[in-house]
Design a protein around this ligand. Structure first.
Ligand SMILES: NC(=O)c1ccc[n+]([C@@H]2O[C@H](COP(=O)([O-])OP(=O)(O)OC[C@H]3O[C@@H](n4cnc5c(N)ncnc54)[C@H](O)[C@@H]3O)[C@@H](O)[C@H]2O)c1
Ligand SMILES: [Zn+2]
Length: 387
């Protein structure tokens, strides 16, 4: 038997900037200059159609930015615009389309794929880039509050398959992530708010200090004030990256998924509502179910549970949706989310819950009756009588 440890020394870089493609901004050029080969660097750019809609000059700005660095950086063709949002993860034909663009432009493992878009778009392009040539260098430029503070700064890519979220995907550390806060300006209110819930999530599992900062600025956050929103996104990104870099399990080889706190319900809610409920909204409800559950089983104090539910509501999220009570053949559909989570983890269920704000525990079982009772309790709390 021959056995050798393999250590990969990878850096996970997150830059923060504004107006990335304005002529004087050198963040992208500096990031690319860190790579090993000194010749002119080739870049192919994919842009989320939703971002282009709100930023009429974006494509022109990207092209001009590269033209001004001719000889140092080469944009192999005009930025390629593809649809974004969850539908792009449901459309498999986009994957070979991106592969074709990568192939036709002779993008190799020393070139760069740059993706500008929301979390769904980054998941799609990241998946295609990480499988082309067994992985080409990827620069992610997240454009939503959620992707800047959470999904876009992670190391996972994936698209939906068999009607299941992220069923096909890869783990690949991007070459760099560049968070440009100016993209947040063109988001609608829902998408601006979505990132706040992932910040609360990561604070709940790892930092009471961050949680209290969010509490202190909750009314400004509710109003989506630029300064506090950017502060919260930046700290959220930092907490996510710290977790990935220091937890000892960046590629999720074990069963614990602490960053998926509240997500077993959320993924199912998104799916059964046909994505009417957005990811952030679903996570708010998912966390609320897990909070009430934790209180009911005696894991969390009633005070902490109430404090967290109040914060979620105070920054503008609903904590209940009638989809939670949907049944099929008399059986709760939401409970299937637990089964799917177990299946995804390879048979052993590991659920992250929070015994007190800022600390997490892993549980291997959840009591289905208590989950259903928690959902009933939530419904009562939001003022509707249980039918
Ligand atoms: N890979 C991971 O680790 C990870 C983690 C968390 C979430 N995710 C995934 O991220 C996705 C959700 O991402 P999201 O919340 O960023 O939303 P999204 O990508 O679904 O985008 C929402 C909408 O906003 C548009 N848009 C994006 N940026 C815009 C901008 N600046 N101005 C105007 N419109 C813009 C998009 O075109 C889309 O229509 C889900 O698919 C989720 O599964 C992935
Ligand atoms: Zn999430």
């Amino acid at each position: 038997m021959i056995e050798r440890p393999i250590h990969l020394d990878l850096a996970h870089r997150i830059e923060f900037t504004r107006d990335l493609f304005s002529s004087e901004n050198s963040v992208l050029a500096d990031v690319i200059a860190k790579s090993d080969n000194g010749s002119c660097h080739r870049v192919i750019a994919f842009v989320d159609g939703g971002v282009v809609g709100g930023n009429q000059n974006l494509l022109r700005d990207i092209s001009s930015w590269f033209s001004a660095r001719d000889g140092e950086l080469e944009l192999v063709e005009s930025p390629i615009v593809l649809p974004g949002g969850e539908p792009c993860k449901n459309d498999w034909s986009l994957v070979p389309e991106i592969w074709r663009d990568i192939n036709q432009n002779s993008i190799d493992r020393h070139s760069f794929v740059m993706a500008v878009g929301g979390g769904a778009f980054l998941d799609l392009v990241g998946f295609a880039a990480s499988t082309a040539h067994r992985g080409v260098r990827m620069i992610r430029i997240p454009t939503t509050s959620l992707s800047q503070g959470d999904g876009g700064v992670g190391v996972k890519n994936g698209v939906n398959f068999f009607g299941k979220k992220n069923w096909v995907g890869t783990f690949a550390v991007p070459y760099a992530v560049i968070n440009d806060f100016s993209f947040l300006q063109t988001l609608d209110e829902r998408s601006r708010r979505a990132g706040i819930i992932e910040a609360i999530k990561v604070a709940m599992i790892r930092s009471r200090d961050f949680y209290e900062k969010i509490e202190q600025c909750s009314s400004r956050l509710k109003g989506l004030d630029d300064d506090v929103l950017e502060m919260v996104i930046k700290r959220s990104a930092e907490e996510h990256v710290d977790h990935i870099a220091t937890s000892g399990d960046p590629y999720e080889l074990g069963s614990a998924r602490p960053l998926d706190y509240g997500h077993w319900v959320a993924h199912k809610l998104e799916q059964i509502s046909a994505f009417r409920i957005g990811h952030g909204e679903a996570v708010a409800i998912g966390m609320a179910v897990d909070l009430i559950y934790s209180k009911r089983i005696g894991l969390m104090s009633a005070e902490d549970c109430e404090r967290a539910l109040s914060l979620i509501e105070s920054v503008g999220f609903s904590i209940y949706d009638s989809e939670l009570h949907r049944t099929e053949s008399g059986r709760s559909i939401i409970l299937r989310g637990l089964e799917e989570f177990r299946e995804h983890l390879g048979g052993q269920l590991t659920i992250t819950l929070v015994p007190e704000i800022g600390r997490k525990v892993e549980l291997n079982e959840m009591d289905e009756e208590e989950i259903l009772a928690s959902i009933d309790e939530l419904k009562v709390r939001v003022g509707a009588a249980v039918s």
